[in-house]
Write a protein that binds this ligand. Sequence first.
Ligand code: 13P
Ligand code: SF4
Length: 362
Amino acid sequence: MLINAAMPMQAARAELAAHYDLSWSEGLAKETAHIYEKLRPVMPEIEWPAHAPYIRAINELKKKKNAVILAHNYMTPEIFFGVSDIAGDSLQLAIAATKVDAPVIVQCGVHFMAETSKILNPQKTILIPDSRAGCSLASSIRADDIEAMRKLHPGAPVVSYVNTTAETKAASDYCCTSANAVDIVNAMESDVVIMTPDGYLAQNVAAKTNKKIVYWSGSCIVHERFTAPEIRAFREANPGVTVIAHPECPPEVVREADFAGSTSGMIDWVQEHKPEKVVMITECSMSDNVAASNPQTQFIRPCSLCPHMKRITLEKILWCLHTGQEEVTVPEEIIPRARLPIERMIAISNEIAARRAAAALA
Ligand code: 13P
Ligand code: SF4
């Protein structure tokens, strides 16, 4: 395995060790105890000495380099609690990217998320600790496919999930995330809406809207694995368990769930409802992160790892800050076209949030 294409891991490790104190000590234990306490429910104490030196080095280096770390909810607990400045779902990270002052953003997530940050901040340096962190949804569709769908459904707007490449976004009219997909579709004037690339998300949205949804049949390799009989088996084995699912799951799984929402929607639901027992039908690191912050709830944890998200490690984050690699770029001519659907999405989301807040106060 290589830390990056140019340098074998051992050489990279030697370079990091020459520049940073990566040893464990009593002093470091005291210095990082407040972070470990957040992780204690999900990380045995014996593992902490392997993480703490990297966490200290990253936190010092990001200050020196004037960088912020944006981390998706699927990052492992040592990244999520140890080094992230802002953590959230895809929508929250996209909005945060528009508000960040620092000149450097380290995106701890997958490549399309880093591209989204670049599209919204062309003047900033966007780094990703491993550019091979892809997404089965983003790689399932290209701009040509969108044009072919437009020909089949003339006049229908194209709403593309944010889990797409910059090129696919540029060919779309609107973006959506799992947090706002129903709202964005309902905001369309047309009765027919094209949704890409997640066929399951599209079907789950179709169940909540009067619009006719035509969709591309991409899927997420993590969420497509879950089945309705599996959910029923969780309920049988764990009486009283609450089931919450991500809308990238097949519709029959979402129908079996007590609640479905974006990664942050799921986190908020647990914090608000404080269920006695819960199973989160999504990526497993997220259950760890939520379990760490909600000791009152017992988590049943089926494990479905996203291999792309798991490419991001503390060691690679340190390497990325140390070397300034790998920088994420988007062709200049694509940026304005890809930004439009994202900005339209953020505008609709903000407008709806303001309307709901006003209605709640009335
Ligand atoms: P969220 O927008 O809900 O964070 O989902 C992103 C993702 O990739 C889930 O698989
Ligand atoms: Fe893509 Fe699925 Fe991984 Fe999310 S969990 S990044 S949708 S492959």
